[in-house]
Design a protein around this ligand. Structure first.
Ligand code: CO
Length: 481
């Protein structure tokens, strides 16, 4: 008998992160190890699917879960937590009805099978992917519709922020904050046989400015993009969408997507004057880019998390029973775009499975050296994210801080630069984990130079695994003393 190889985690531990809905509340938190740096002052915002079922009817995919916002305020005296759902009309209607009324994009069907879902194109906007405080508004983002606008003090939902004349206009969950202008630069995609990329910027005063709209042939699944001082760059993964099973109600949209292994990835490069160039590279799938920069007049570097194939679920597959080793792993890759020759060189920088990249946000669009990643504990097998890796793109070496075997990342790491930072990596990483030993979420602060542990703060309970977050330096919501 061959013993199965030891894994650095147990699947039943991992499943704990999806077992219960998030509970709303507010509390001062206990620092259970180390100490919170005095000069870390501001608010960490986090978003993710807080509710994955209605009355025991589970959603088909965690990406369909209802957005739950957490605010962790570092006041200089302590850490205060507040958690609240985005009160979308769809969630309110479903809670009132006690059943699933809407299809989810990724895997959720209404009960009742094919007939109940036939030609039903109404999606729920779960507002569950990212949260950013910009232009005086706290925005809960989901890429296929407009943001929800929340009160940053109380997290109360104030309404939907309409981005254009068209209600529910798509708006990416990954806008990029341009450090030079302070503008939040964003796009939104309307897609079908052909696609339109609408572009926007939100000024620091909250004014929404509409930029050019780009027509692109073919279906686009664009979760992220990158910016440099001169360019906006989009990777059009060669995915095809077969709308028939979706329209007929047999499958949800997210299970109708496939990567075409014979088609190239198209890299669209738009400049401010409306000029465009398209380059081609190997097929694959990218959710997240790290950053891009102009290395010289005709060379652009893009670092991304690259997959050989789309990370899709089979129709009807139970997401709690997934085998991580059967899924394609994301790897940190560097794309060097030669705009003069029209060629692309792709280099894998690390064979460690990873996702959720972060850099110092002051380096967006500029040459970065360090990349922080949610990572598997062991290379090269695919596994849940249990560690933080720091990759040095100059020396091609990495450091690791692991939470294995019982800790799991509960969202992306967020880099916070130290006030008056002395170097690119002079700051902290704020990492929310699920500790399955204590059965609660914990916020861990790491030194971003050494990845040394600085502090651990205990949260009241378990919130399901989240997605993205951001930090607003200096903003602290009014909290009870
Ligand atoms: Co994302």
């Amino acid at each position: 008998m061959v013993a199965s190889p030891r894994k650095p985690y147990s699947l039943s531990d991992w499943q704990l992160g999806y077992q219960a809905s998030a509970q709303e509340g507010a509390a001062w938190l206990d620092v259970i190890a180390g100490s919170v740096p005095n000069d870390l002052v501001g608010t960490l915002w986090r978003n993710g699917p807080g509710r994955l079922e209605i009355n025991g009817n589970r959603y088909g995919h965690p990406f369909d879960g209802d957005g739950f916002i957490q605010a962790l305020s570092f006041t200089g005296e302590g850490v205060h937590w507040r958690g609240r759902y985005v009160q979308t009309p769809e969630l309110q209607a479903e809670l009132a009805a006690g059943k699933i009324l809407y299809r989810g994009v990724f895997g959720t069907q209404k009960p009742g099978g094919m007939l109940a879902n036939l030609l039903d194109f109404r999606f729920k906007n779960p507002a569950n992917t990212n949260v950013i405080y910009h232009g005086g508004k706290l925005l809960a983002l989901w890429e296929a519709s407009s943001p929800y606008w929340l009160d940053p003090e109380t997290l109360a939902t104030l309404g939907r922020l309409e981005i254009s004349q068209n209600p529910q206009q798509p708006f990416t969950a990954h806008p990029r904050l341009d450090p030079a202008s302070g503008d939040l630069i964003a796009f939104g995609v309307r897609t079908g046989l052909g696609s339109t990329l609408h572009t926007y910027r939100i000024r620091p005063n909250g004014e929404i400015v509409t930029g050019p709209a780009h027509q692109v042939p073919g279906f686009c699944f664009l979760h992220d993009f990158v910016i440099t001082p001169r360019y906006q760059i989009y990777f059009q993964n060669p995915v095809s969408f077969n709308p028939l099973p979706f329209a007929l109600g047999m499958q949800s949209a997210g299970t109708c997507i496939q990567v075409d292994p014979k088609a190239p990835t198209r890299i669209w490069i738009f400049d401010e004057q409306g000029q465009r160039q398209v380059l081609e590279t190997a097929p694959g799938f990218i959710f997240h880019h790290v950053n891009a920069y102009e290395a010289d007049a005709t060379t652009v570097i893009v670092d991304s998390i690259y997959y050989d194939d789309y990370l899709g679920l089979e129709p009807g597959q139970d997401f709690l029973a997934i085998d991580f080793e059967d899924l394609p792993a994301g790897h940190l890759c560097r794309f060097s775009l030669d705009l003069a020759a029209g060629t692309v060189t792709k280099t894998e920088l690390s064979d460690r499975a990873c996702e959720f990249p972060a850099i110092n946000p002051n380096y967006v669009g500029q040459a970065h050296r360090y990349v922080y990643l949610g990572a598997a504990d062991e290379r090269p097998a695919n596994a849940p994210l249990q560690a933080i890796a720091k990759f040095d793109t100059h020396t091609h070496t990495s450091q690791l801080h692991t939470f294995a075997p019982r800790g799991f990342l509960a969202g992306d790491p967020v880099f916070v630069s130290r006030p008056a930072e002395a170097a690119e990596d002079d700051g902290w990483l704020l990492v929310l984990i699920l500790n399955t030993e204590t059965e609660r979420n914990e916020l861990v602060i790491l030194d971003a130079v050494t990845l040394a542990h600085q502090a651990t703060v205990a949260l009241p309970d378990i919130v399901p695994y989240g997605l993205h977050g951001s930090f607003t330096a200096g903003f602290v919501a009014a909290v009870e003393r």
